[in-house]
Design a protein around this ligand. Structure first.
Ligand SMILES: Nc1ncnc2c1ncn2[C@@H]1O[C@H](COP(=O)(O)OP(=O)(O)OP(=O)(O)O)[C@@H](O)[C@H]1O
Length: 449
């Protein structure tokens, strides 16, 4: 619907304009003074206003602010009298889209109104999409009620109000990208770009060109200047996923950019500036990697200003049911399956599994289960490895077994490291995933220090 409001106290002119505009397919509303114009603006969904300057109870130029206050997405076109260009200029300053000189510009009215309505519609669409995006990426969209998750969300909300560099750590699939988006969309940079680069997806040269951009002629095939992601992220956020995979040489360049917020495009001589906020993520232990010289220690310290460790799913078992409900509804809707539920055994199976791939693995498992089920989801609808895995807490050890010694030793080292699993795995010289599996398998409890 294209709705136009005409505010003019000259009855004849108003009804003539109304007929002409209606004939072009617009819905037309009429008002003869400021008061009734403002009332209609408040109660109707109006796209464009054609407003006279001299009105019995006010002035059209001054009305613009009031009309916009009622509906800021509507476009306003002022009808000025001949010789009063000043009114038109002031109207534009006050927020009108344009002005028309009565009598002289009659042929301009319809094209101008069409443009005004189109602009208002586009603006509405953009607002709607922005609202969808900000809900999709808000902290409220992060599912989970466990205390560990709440603590992490609390930290992330605090840092979202600053420009501090954030390092998100945690196993694969724990939601590092989800958190990066939420931090960006909850902060002052939300209206600007969120630009993501997965450092494991490119070789050194490609990554350099993606990050820094190219100057025309920098290499064969660089036909035009290309903006890099650093430039795209100006006033917004740059998210570097899997930063542990970034080649050492580029790490040095990144460090320099973080210090100066300036960089030189490939093939350029002059520096380019960018005011970006950096959020980096990794599932590696960057501290250990920097000690082994696999990651630059200076960059690690620069990134490690505000580290947020995302808990693995096995440490937030309470959230599994919530996530299952969420993913079940999502995939049931996608596959058009109504009234799908799940059995107690199904949930039990999920709650005792170790989830090395975390939420991503759970999401994929539910997708599969929804596809193969027509009624209640059962353990048999899960991927084979999840059906077959040994429930972790049912392991009872004899005091003389090797396993009981292993359990004791892990518990000791874990206590020594104050519960820090990455450090424990490093001292035990086993992978972090193995450590988690053993903690679950042996039912090792966290101890108070
Ligand atoms: N709390 C959550 N609620 C709902 N979905 C989530 C949540 N956390 C993560 N997800 C979903 O899980 C999947 C994995 O999340 P994401 O890509 O953010 O993890 P990641 O830690 O960045 O993984 P990787 O280290 O492999 O890049 C995505 O599909 C994401 O939408």
């Amino acid at each position: 619907m294209k709705t136009v409001l005409i505010i003019d106290d000259e009855d004849k002119l108003r009804s003539l304009l109304s007929r002409i505009i209606k004939a072009e397919g617009f819905e037309v509303l009429e008002a003869s003074d400021c008061k009734s114009g403002l009332r209609q603006m408040e109660n109707q969904d109006i796209d464009a206003v054609l407003c006279d300057v001299r009105l019995p109870d006010g002035n059209g130029v001054e009305m613009i602010g009031l009309l916009k206050a009622k509906n800021r997405l509507a476009e306003i076109v002022l009808l000025t009298a001949n010789g009063n260009i000043g009114d038109g200029v002031q109207a534009i300053k006050n927020g009108a889209m344009d002005y028309i000189v009565k009598g002289d510009d009659n042929d301009k009215i319809l094209p101008l109104l069409s443009r005004a309505v189109e602009k208002a519609h586009l603006e509405k669409k953009v607002r709607k999409l922005e609202a969808i995006v900000s809900t999709k990426f808000s902290f409220d969209s992060i599912i989970g009620e466990s205390q560990v998750l709440k603590d992490v969300i609390g930290l992330a909300k605090k840092v979202s109000q600053t420009d501090t560099v954030v390092l998100l750590t945690g196993e694969t699939g724990t939601g590092k990208e989800v958190f990066a988006q939420a931090i960006h969309h909850n902060g002052a940079r939300a209206a600007k770009n969120f630009v993501a680069l997965n450092c494991s997806a490119f070789g050194r040269e490609m990554m350099e060109s993606e990050l820094f951009g190219d100057k025309q002629g920098a290499f064969t095939g660089a036909f035009r200047d290309k903006k890099g992601l650093l430039e795209e992220a100006h006033n917004g956020t740059l998210f570097l996923d899997e930063i542990g995979e970034m080649p050492l040489e580029l790490q040095a360049k990144l460090l320099r950019v973080l210090e100066t917020h300036e960089f030189i495009k490939v093939g350029d001589t002059r520096p380019t500036k960018s005011n970006f906020r950096l959020i980096a993520a990794t599932n590696r232990d960057l501290k250990a990697e920097s000690e082994q010289k696999k990651f630059r220690a200076d960059l690690y310290f620069r990134l490690n200003v505000f580290q947020i460790l995302l808990p693995p799913l096995r440490e937030r078992v309470k959230d599994i049911a919530l996530l299952v409900n969420f993913f079940l509804n999502h995939f049931a809707e996608q596959t058009n399956k109504k009234n799908l539920g799940y059995s107690k055994d199904f949930l039990k199976r999920l709650e005792s599994y170790e989830w090395i791939g975390n939420i991503r693995e759970l999401k994929n498992a539910i997708e599969r289960a929804v596809i193969v089920s027509d009624q209640e989801l059962q353990p048999e609808s899960l991927p084979f490895n999840i059906q077959q895995s040994i429930p972790s807490k049912s392991h009872h050890l004899s005091a003389f077994s090797m396993a009981s010694i292993e359990k004791l030793h892990i518990q000791k080292v874990l206590n020594y490291c104050h519960g820090n699993k990455a450090e424990t795995a490093r001292l035990l010289e086993i992978g972090i995933a193995t450590l988690y599996r053993k903690i679950e398998e042996y039912g090792i409890q966290k101890q108070a220090h």
